[in-house]
Write a protein that binds this ligand. Structure first.
Ligand code: ZN
Ligand code: FE
Ligand code: FE
Ligand code: ZN
Length: 265
């Protein structure tokens, strides 16, 4: 089992040292982990009201931390990843910045609709004042753009817009059909992210239905806990693996220097 979505305290909203995350991975019998902390939004010229990423001057330190952990780990393979916000208009900046670093993989995620951090519990009251169908439409339009930007290897928490339990009246089937088609066209991999189980929605990202459709379409998948503290490493993974198998998946995607390969589950 692999966990490709781990944070570090450098993003200011996670606890525990990378070494402690590794110790938990060893305890849970994981064979490979990847750190993917939040890329500094400041480097993209974006400053949200809450600090949700590392500071620009910490990026080099983060890379140094993970590389040194890599050199000191025998049993568990360690990959250097990063989670970058997709913000329309920042594509060229992201492309040139990514050219300066050697990540094993890049997760592209959406946490902002305009200036609204819709994944932040402190800003979740806004859902009650807004049209939920419009929020979903806006979110999935952005997700399509994220895929078409070709900047990222993995789509992070595909349907995180459901985090606080608000769902569109007419269901999500047409969004699933649409996004699987876009994954296919753009060659994207996505993650099964188990963090949603502990959010108000109480479910993994994405819904089972999307896993079935994407498996049938041959879309590669990987797995992540989105751990923001060591004990969250590998959370709910036995259940996640069962879910992936029941949706038809037989392998997980891994990355090295942004080249993908597969491991059996
Ligand atoms: Zn985070
Ligand atoms: Fe995220
Ligand atoms: Fe994350
Ligand atoms: Zn996340």
């Amino acid at each position: 089992m692999i966990d490709y979505h781990l944070h570090t305290p450098r993003c200011c909203h996670a606890q525990g040292s990378p070494r402690e995350y590794l110790a938990e991975a060893e305890l849970k019998g994981l064979t490979e982990i990847g750190f993917s902390d939040h890329f500094p939004l400041g480097m993209l010229g974006y400053t949200p009201s809450n600090q949700v990423t590392m500071n620009p001057e910490e990026l080099d330190l983060y890379i140094r931390d993970i590389k040194s952990l890599k050199n000191n780990s025998n049993d568990v393979k360690i990959k250097l990843g990063i989670e970058i916000d997709y913000i329309p208009g920042t594509e060229d900046k992201v492309r040139s910045l990514l050219g300066q670093y050697n990540f094993d993989y890049v997760i592209g995620s959406i946490h902002f609709l305009g200036d609204w951090d819709f994944t932040h519990p402190g800003h979740a009251d806004a859902y009650q004042k807004l049209n939920i169908d419009k929020i979903y439409r806006e979110y999935f339009d952005l997700l399509g753009k994220l895929c078409h930007s070709k900047l990222f290897d993995i789509v992070g928490h595909v349907d995180v817009v459901k985090k606080f339990g608000y769902r569109p009246e007419n269901g999500l089937e047409h969004y699933w059909q649409e996004i699987v088609q876009i994954f296919k066209e753009t060659g994207m991999c996505f993650e099964l992210n188990t963090a949603g189980r502990e959010a108000p929605v109480g479910d993994f990202y994405p819904d089972r239905r999307l896993l079935e459709l994407s498996c049938a379409a041959g879309i590669p998948v990987t797995l992540g806990s989105d751990a923001h503290s060591p004990e969250q490493v590998g959370r709910y993974f036995p259940e996640a693996i069962e879910l992936l198998k029941s949706a038809g998946y037989r392998e997980l995607t891994v990355f090295e220097n942004r080249v993908k390969s597969a491991v059996a589950i």
